[in-house]
Design a binder for this molecule. Structure first.
Ligand SMILES: Cc1ncc(COP(=O)(O)O)c(C=O)c1O
Length: 450
């Protein structure tokens, strides 16, 4: 195995930063101006986390390409961190949104499209009843409330290293068996051990121990972890998760937001999972803000009386703009014409090619890394074998190397997802795009190995 030359990381970073600044003068000027009116110079703080000393300002995005204000064009493998996983502004969605926007945006009344959408989600994911939210964070928050209402319990259980949006109960870390606030989490409302239990992913014994006390309202989990790189479940893990949640009367909430990359019915349909509640958001309406959560007959029966009680605008579920006509129209056309079996039939072979390109380069240069694929999502880790849980993934994180690899890719016209070595294949991605990434990946390793 060959090692990475740490000294080269520093010198290459200096060189690549100069290239970045030379090619992004207009973005630099905009960022200087933005810092006077936007917190940290951006409308949402994650946007300062890209590689490079300041963010590039985007001008337009179509399909799988983004152009910036300096006239550079990028192959986009981040795709809005999944929000635009099925391509930027797909034409059918742009047309449907333009049409709906002239017919009313938000009326706080249902439209017929909402029935179509719920029927289609039921068909794909198997759960009979649906509610619409604006973001996946909200879908998770509302689902946790439902679980607490149904079970009359207050604790929730998550896996260490999870991310489910800015849901207070889930922004935790597991340190020496204790649930503590996650570093960098701004303003936690209460010490998280008050609300939350946590176990490592793939650890069935700890899961049973945590559920045995019978005070856990729900387990909220991604079917495969995607926020510490891709971490796949061990064979049999989901069978145990379902059996144990049933045995101890906790609800199982599966967060499919990122695992929609697995197919038209997410990981749930691909692997026959049977959750009580399922949540999802991001690409459901091609990036127009919308999210959805599906619930079982049992959950519906348990909460219906409260839902129908007067005064339920204060029920803690939903929000003024949830289920608005525009978002629903965008979701309908996305489900009908964009997130389709045909699209996946095209994307999966390209994702396999992408994975193989990385694998071949890892072998060619003998670096101790590995690559994992989940449907059309691909991620490499700086460790010789795939991690089994969040702890292992964190222990092998190399932020310096990651930033440099991302900057090298960006300077060569490729955008990777910040905080990850993650790439998404969209229906617009081509073989040429995939091979270009492989080439840049190879060049980067070649420049870095001892
Ligand atoms: C698995 C998962 N669930 C939920 C969310 C929250 O999505 P949003 O930020 O759109 O609310 C995220 C965000 O990255 C996520 O990764």
């Amino acid at each position: 195995m060959k090692n990475i030359d740490r000294k080269k990381i520093e010198s290459l970073m200096e060189k690549e930063t100069k290239v970045f600044v030379r090619n992004h003068q207009r973005s630099k000027a905009l960022f200087t101006r933005a810092k006077k009116s936007l917190l940290a110079g951006v409308p949402m703080n994650w946007m300062v986390r890209w590689a490079g000393p300041y963010p590039i300002f985007s001008k337009e995005a179509h399909g799988t390409y983004i152009s910036d204000v300096d006239g550079n064009t990028y192959l986009d493998l981040c795709l809005g961190d999944t929000g635009s996983m099925f391509g930027h502004s797909p034409k059918p969605v742009a047309d449907a949104v333009a049409k709906q926007i002239r017919k009313g945006i938000t009326m706080m009344l249902p439209t017929e499209d909402s029935i179509w959408v719920a029927e289609e989600l039921s068909r794909r994911f198997g759960l009979p009843y649906w509610q619409i939210a604006m973001t996946a964070t909200d879908a998770n928050r509302f689902s946790i409330r439902l679980a607490r209402e149904v079970t009359k319990r207050d604790k929730i259980l998550v896996v260490s290293g999870c991310y489910h949006g800015t849901v207070d109960e889930t922004l935790i870390a597991l340190e020496g068996g204790r649930v503590v606030p996650r570093s960098g989490n701004i303003g936690p409302p209460v010490p998280p051990e008050v609300t939350t239990r946590a176990v490592e992913f793939n650890d069935v014994d700890s899961l049973e121990k945590a559920l045995r006390q019978k005070d856990v309202a729900c387990v909220l989990a991604e079917p495969a972890m995607t926020n510490r790189g891709i971490i796949l479940p061990d064979p049999g893990y989901h069978v145990s998760l379902r059996e144990l949640t049933r045995k101890y009367d906790s609800l199982l909430i599966i967060d499919e937001t990122h695992t929609l990359c697995c197919g038209v019915g997410g990981y749930t349909a691909a692997h026959g999972l049977k959750p009580d509640i399922i949540t999802m958001g991001k690409p459901l309406a091609s990036g127009v803000p919308v999210a959805a959560y599906g619930i079982s007959q049992y959950v519906s029966d348990k909460v219906m009386k409260r839902i129908l009680d007067d005064g339920t605008d204060e029920s803690g579920l939903g929000g003024t703009l949830s289920g608005n006509a525009l978002a629903i129209a965008a979701m309908r056309v996305t489900l009908e014409k964009v997130i389709t079996v045909k699209a996946f039939d095209k994307m999966i072979p390209l994702a396999e090619r992408f994975e193989k390109g990385i694998n071949d380069a890892i072998r060619e240069f003998e670096v101790p890394w590995n690559v994992t694929r989940l449907g059309v999502r691909i991620e490499y880790h700086f460790m010789p074998r795939p991690p089994r849980n969040g702890h292992e993934a964190d222990a092998n994180k190399d932020s310096e190397l990651e930033k440099l690899m991302h900057l090298m890719a960006l300077n060569r016209g490729i955008l990777l997802t910040p905080f990850h070595n993650m790439a998404l294949i969209s229906p617009f991605t081509t073989r040429k795009d995939v091979d270009r990434h492989t080439q840049v990946f190879k060049e980067s390793i070649e420049a870095l190995v001892l």
